[in-house]
Design a protein around this ligand. Structure first.
Ligand code: IPE
Ligand code: IPE
Ligand code: MG
Length: 251
């Protein structure tokens, strides 16, 4: 039976989560979609807590995709407001717990108030050494590769690089989160089995875990279940969900 050190060593270094199913969950409760988004914040809290307890180096949460602007204006507005409220109310707590918050995506499209909140939160937590929490907002995997390509093209334009010398490593240094390990585990809730233009470059070798649970129902136990699935898949030995949970409850 594996001891806790073996379990610790085989935990994913970077987990990416597509938090899907808020609208359907709300509908199942006879409530408007935005009710699901609000409830989804609790699941975010639980997930961050669980990841921090397991000392996972990085998690990336897909909060708003570059395609989500196509949703009704009112829903987009509520999501932005929620984003501001949550940033304001949670950042101090994250900081107190030594967690580092980063927002990944094209934030220039957000209003000034939100952009200010984002940079304040990033600055406050920049020096923290615990789990890195990336919030992907107005993020798209294709956008990420395009912005990296533009940076490389700029070097070529300035005569600092020859196009024939471009390597995977170089492009990899310009995509977002290049200072973090590649994604080991991708989790998507709500039963949909697609990537929806999430991290394409960084997930090239990720294990993909899909659960039927809607995002607002996701909790510490769901997180432990996903991790257990991953550990057993990667290492092919029988680690139990209890062992992962015990690790979560330690210290
Ligand atoms: C995910 O839930 C949250 C965001 C995309 C912001 P959805 O809003 O996509 O919920 P469903 O998929 O319609 O149920
Ligand atoms: C993906 O969910 C984006 C987020 C979770 C933020 P969507 O619900 O927007 O994806 P599709 O439209 O079902 O592919
Ligand atoms: Mg959805």
């Amino acid at each position: 039976m594996p001891n806790s050190q073996i379990v610790t060593d085989s935990l994913p270094k970077h987990i990416a989560i597509i938090m899907d199913g808020n609208g359907r969950w709300a509908k199942s409760q006879g409530k408007p979609r935005v009710f699901g988004h609000k409830k989804g914040v609790d699941a975010v809290r639980k997930t961050i807590r669980a990841a921090a307890k397991l000392h996972i180096p990085a998690i990336t949460l897909f909060a708003f995709s570059s395609e989500n602007w196509r949703r009704p204006e009112e829903e987009v507005g509520v999501l932005m407001e929620l984003f501001i409220t949550v940033l304001s109310s949670e950042v101090k707590k994250l900081h107190k717990n030594n967690l580092k918050l980063q927002v990944i995506g094209d934030t220039t499209r957000f209003n000034d108030k939100l952009q200010k909140k984002i940079s304040e939160a990033e600055q406050l937590t920049a020096g923290n050494t615990g789990t890195v929490i990336n919030i992907a907002a107005n993020y798209g995997g294709k956008w990420d590769i395009v912005q990296a390509t533009q940076k490389l093209a700029n070097l070529v334009e300035n005569g600092e690089l020859r196009s024939s010398d471009i390597t995977e490593d170089m492009l990899g240094r310009f995509v977002t989160m290049s200072d973090l390990p590649d994604v080991d585990l991708m989790i998507r809730t709500s039963g949909e089995c697609r990537i929806s233009n999430f991290m394409l470059w960084q997930m090239a070798y990720a294990e993909m875990y899909f659960t039927e649970q809607y995002w607002p129902e996701f909790d510490e136990d769901s997180f432990a279940e996903a991790i257990t699935w991953y550990v057993n898949r990667e290492r092919r030995f029988g680690c139990t969900g209890e062992q992962v949970k015990a690790l979560m409850e330690a210290d």
